[in-house]
Design a protein around this ligand. Sequence first.
Ligand code: GFB
Length: 325
Amino acid sequence: MSMSSTVARLDPPFRLEGRRVWVAGHRGMVGAALMRRLAAEGCEVLTATRDVADLRRQDQTEGWLAEKRPEVIFLAAATVGGILVNDNRPAAFIYDNLAIETNVVHAAWKTGAVKLLFLGSSCIYPRLAPQPMAEDALLTGPLEPTNQWYAVAKIAGLKMCQAYRRQYGADFIAAMPTNLYGPGDNFELASSHVIPALVAKIHRAKADGLEAVEIWGTGKPRREFLYVDDLADALIFLVKCYSDEAPINVGTGTDVTIGELARMIAEVVGFEGGFRFNPGRPDGTPRKLLEVSRLKSLGWAPRTGLSEGLAKTYAWFLDNVAEPA
Ligand code: GFB
């Protein structure tokens, strides 16, 4: 796959207005942000809870899609989590994600969906890919071992979209978001990503008057973070403006170290203690920063800076997750 850093914008844009749109995974952090953002698009939004259609089951997925026949699909249903749960539950991460993707993409084609957006992840790129990571770094080297199961499933998902486009002319696209955070995130320490984990840990440390908070690993890995409502905006933009078999990166173009992130969260929470780094826990990929010139060339940019996004996330945590003081 050869790729330039600019990309043709769909003209005229694909219209969402008046369409039947399915958000698969509407209860997840990304799906819920898509639901908020789609409210302004004048479309009919469909959802299916797991008891109605478990997307890991082919018969249930095909049955539901044959009945509802959405025209547009945002495939945001996935089994996701942070570095520890990826490492501890490899079978769930590869099986659930492969099953969801193959069932939904195939049934979407069979039932005549005119547009599908598949969500991948920046961990599809090789562990030591040149930084920032461009779309054509895909499959050029070995994956990060802690999340290889999830990464392989996500690579298969984007390849499904390419294959159905090549063989059947289906307008299925794949977006690769960087690390996400925001309202609706999972704050359980055993399965969460770093931002909700540090928000929960630093909040608790402040409440308990602790002197220090444990940070997994060395604090030196670098990560790029995108606020989930900015992601939802980008995904709707891409459905309207993008139609290509190459995946497209969605990120901010800037990154911070985990140590810097911890200090920023401490500032938002008002914690004045210190940090204790625990190198007994894995660092994971040393750096994950996406190259976003293709998305930028289409005319999209994020709005929410990291400090602002962290403040909004902490406010959501206080309202929805934290126990009253
Ligand atoms: O967010 P995180 O779990 O995901 O961890 P990855 C990012 C970094 O934060 C790692 C460190 O270097 C962690 O060691 N960290 C420090 C912590 N303290 C904590 C903590 O208390 N909890 C957590 N979770 N991390 C995941 C992948 O990788 O990112 C997934 O495993 C997916 O497949 C996702 O791609 C976006 O960025 O390392």
